[in-house]
Design a protein around this ligand. Structure first.
Ligand SMILES: C[S@@+](CC[C@H](N)C(=O)[O-])C[C@H]1O[C@@H](n2cnc3c(N)ncnc32)[C@H](O)[C@@H]1O
Length: 333
């Protein structure tokens, strides 16, 4: 099992993401004899072998349990070790969409950073596309390469230790798309233009409008057309049962006991209880972040028999998904 290949059951050598809660996910490779230790206790890899992905695994010591999830690019963005600021789900989605990525595409990226976006790009261009990612911080480049190998993406991603601002990409007319997440992206625009195929797409991700302005100027000078600047904001809503006081709207007819209330099914009911819009697990606690909310148990310390995870999609009020305030620039040369 990897981000690219689907399997139902966990075996020796399988990649498993141990899910504690939405913010805490531990990626492991199953090795009989190995033990994963955390605050919930000791989890013996051998106990996972033969389980279906999605199962609960109980610690042999302690009372804790976690879910054994299959690796995905989405979960990797949450689980990865942050060596830099990273792109999150909303920005990644819009970048992949606007760059028109699909299987077979050749993509250039700089910098690699923590490899959050790289992982999603690789998953999108697989099985016959390729991502060439450039990073000038040697250790980061090496660590990213190790992460890609652990996720079995090494055939799809080439990591190059290189300062693209000084040396450029060193390629001509090979790329369907280029993504820049650099402090001075405008410096790289001439080299990116050279590396793109005709009609190729370029996206630059910058936290400051001044950076965006300079990049747009450089893109126009290099002959790029159809420039767009976007900011993606994620709005999350919390939808759950709650009690509100009955509000009078004047001459409304009193509803009889047992009536189903307003035809829409929304709004206050005669008893004053707000209509339930989702029947979440009573023991569940809604935890969410910008990448996508889900309902999970508050405590990983119950003794229920193992069952498979059930995701419930909720929407919660919240902020933008990006640590950087995102402003993207898309363009066609
Ligand atoms: C914000 S991080 C990229 C994060 C990445 N998009 C992700 O989602 O994980 C920016 C990276 O660009 C690298 N970088 C900065 N200037 C560079 C240059 N001139 N050439 C190559 N890499 C550079 C930095 O070392 C850093 O790792």
């Amino acid at each position: 099992m990897s981000i690219l290949a689907y399997e139902q059951t966990i075996q020796e050598g399988s990649s498993v993401y141990l899910y504690e809660n939405y913010e805490t996910i531990h990626p492991i490779i199953i090795r009989k004899g190995s033990i994963f230790q955390c605050r919930f206790g000791a989890f013996h890899h051998a106990d996972l072998i033969g389980l279906r992905y999605g199962s609960k695994i109980f610690a042999r010591t302690g009372m804790g349990w976690m879910y054994c999830l299959a690796p995905t690019a989405e979960l990797w963005t949450i689980a990865l070790t942050h060596r830099t600021q990273i792109l999150y789900a909303v920005d990644i989605s819009i970048v992949c969409m606007y760059l028109e990525l699909k299987p077979g595409c050749v993509v250039l990226e700089s910098g690699t950073g923590s490899g959050s976006l790289s992982t999603s790009i690789a998953r999108t261009v697989a099985p016959n596309g390729h991502l060439y990612t450039f990073e000038f911080h040697e250790l980061r480049a090496k660590q990213a390469q190790e992460d890609f190998k652990a996720n079995k993406l090494q055939e799809l991603i080439t990591v190059t230790h290189r300062d693209v601002c000084k040396l450029g990409f060193g390629m001509s007319h090979v790329a369907d798309a280029i993504f820049l997440d650099l402090p001075s992206p405008w410096v790289v625009v001439p080299s990116a233009s050279e590396a793109l195929k005709p009609n190729g797409m370029l996206c630059s991700f910058s936290p400051c409008i001044e950076q965006v302005q300079k990049t747009c100027e450089a893109l126009r000078e290099a002959g790029f057309a159809e420039l767009q600047t976007l900011e993606c904001l994620l709005r999350i809503h919390d939808v759950k049962p709650t009690q509100v006081e009955h509000m009078s709207f004047g001459d409304e007819e009193p509803l009889e006991a047992g009536s189903s209330g307003p035809a829409s099914g929304a709004g206050p009911t005669p008893s004053g209880a707000h209509t339930q819009t989702h029947d979440s697990d009573q023991d569940g606690q809604c935890m969410e972040d910008a990448s996508g909310p889900t309902s999970i148990p508050a405590e990983n310390c119950e003794t229920d028999p193992p069952s498979e995870i059930q995701h419930e999609l909720l929407i919660e009020p919240g902020e933008s998904s990006s640590e950087q305030g995102p402003s993207g620039t898309g363009a066609v040369p």
